[in-house]
Write a protein that binds this ligand. Structure first.
Ligand code: PMP
Length: 437
């Protein structure tokens, strides 16, 4: 296809004139992998179609929310009904209470929650609340985990445990990140040392339990257990950022997966987004009543939002949750996700391509590496040129995976066994090319 006939390219050129980088969120620009971003015209089920009318099997699903696939009839119906009743009121509604009740019934570690419009807002508000509730300033995060783009969370590790992080974005003053301590994921000794040094000043430890922002790296069970123990010992709040894993890896979210391995395990606070909005701008944060009652108007921690608890978004989220809580939903989703990763593994093995993969529920990751990485530096040992070749090879064959090697993938209930078999066949052809490279 030439530039003259490629409508994606034409739209990208138009977009570049009016939107920085031509996109409203950086990873969409294909900067890491090169080439022209696909401009989506419409989506249905497991597929979307680009501006040229080309169909792709979608393993991003809006970066996680579309667990039922696109345009699920029950969700479309709920959204259409809600739309006719009004788009936004800026006043309470029964539906937002219903959604809160539904989420709390499925994630028992939370007694109360507040709805917001994005994961960034939810994580940012959680940090403020943790600081307000504990009267402490310092926070712990882990290298490779992403919690949205609030200033205090755009940090990389400092030169040692005594030094706090430095900003990863221009425009973030050093003073704003001086209280954020960035540690290596899955490194128990370093975690213990950090608490020994700073424990009594730490308001919260925030972690992605399965880190989808470094493709797919699980917090090991002993590491998660140590996070829990040290937070309890020093009076810091353990915050699980389940924006990606929430209702994606299991009906009880990743915390239910850890609770199976660690008796009595529960976080103090949970950050949710993506699936709970079913593709609409909706996120939440919650925890114990004692902590949540520090929020305004009850308490002294301010937090607010014009569109928070939006009636159309809550209708979309509720309809989504009602589908995914049906018996057998996660068993089937996990089974199709496993069949995808095991098929990819077999195809890579047959072609002699170094490959490893993991999945939980409807979330998966794979690496062009011999062994599953345990932390960010290990993830980044992946060869970018080889990943880019895999990405474009799949894209050319109508399979859309994340355009960056540090992002997770998602399977929806709309992906059929035939879709997955076709994806494995496409990957087999690309692995053949990779084995010759
Ligand atoms: N936390 C995690 C774990 C995420 O994956 C993301 C976004 N991918 C966020 C927070 C931020 O969410 P949002 O993009 O809705 O602001």
């Amino acid at each position: 296809m030439t530039t003259a006939t490629d409508k994606n390219q034409q739209l990208f050129e138009r977009a570049l004139k009016v939107i920085p980088g031509g996109v409203n969120s950086p990873v969409r620009a294909f900067k890491a992998v090169g080439g022209t971003p696909r401009f989506v015209q419409r989506a249905q089920g497991a597929y979307f179609w680009d501006a040229n009318g080309q169909r792709y099997t979608d393993y991003i699903g809006s970066w996680g929310p579309m667990i039922l696939g696109h345009g699920h009839p029950a969700v479309v119906d709920a959204v259409q009904k809600a739309l006719l009743e009004g788009f936004s009121f800026g006043a309470p509604t029964e539906r937002e209470v219903e959604l809160a009740e539904e989420i709390l019934s499925l994630v028992p570690s939370m007694e109360m929650l507040r709805l917001v419009s994005s994961g960034t807002e939810a994580a940012m508000s959680t940090i403020r609340l943790a600081r307000g509730a504990t009267g402490r300033n310092k926070i712990i995060k882990f290298e490779g985990c992403y919690h949205g783009h609030a200033d205090a969370l755009l940090v990389k590790a400092g030169s040692g445990l005594a030094t706090f992080g430095s900003a990863t974005s221009a425009g973030v003053p050093p003073e704003v990140v001086q209280h954020t301590l960035v540690l290596e994921y899955n490194h128990i000794a370093q975690l213990e040392e950090a608490f020994a040094l700073h424990g009594k000043d730490i308001a919260c430890l925030m972690i992605e339990p399965i880190a989808g922002n470094m493709n797919f790296v699980r917090a090991s069970v002993p590491f998660m257990q140590r996070c829990r123990e040290l937070c309890t010992q020093y009076g810091a709040l353990l915050v699980l950022d389940e924006v990606m894993t929430g209702f994606r890896v299991a009906l009880g979210s990743a915390q239910s997966v850890y609770a199976k391995a660690i008796p009595g395990f529960a976080p103090d606070m949970t950050v949710l987004g993506k699936v709970i909005g079913g593709g609409m701008p909706l996120a939440a944060f919650g925890g114990s009543r004692a902590v949540m009652e520090h929020l305004a108007p009850m308490g002294a921690v301010y937090q607010a939002g014009t569109l928070s608890g939006n009636p159309v978004a809550t209708a979309c989220g509720l309809a989504t949750l009602r589908e995914i809580r049906k018996p057998g939903f996660y068993e089937a989703l996990a089974q199709s996700t496993q069949s995808l990763v095991s098929g990819l593994q077999a195809a890579a093995d047959a072609e002699g391509v170094a490959f490893c993969s993991d999945s939980e529920g409807g979330m998966f990751g794979f690496f062009l590496l011999d062994q599953l990485p345990q932390n960010y530096p290990q993830v980044m040992k992946t060869s970018s040129p080889r990943f880019n070749q895999l990405f474009h090879g799949l894209l050319d064959r109508g399979v859309y995976i994340a355009p960056a090697l540090y992002e997770a993938g998602f399977v929806s209930s709309a992906h059929t066994a035939e879709d997955i078999a076709a994806t494995i066949e496409a990957a087999r052809a690309v692995f053949k090319e990779l084995s010759k490279a």
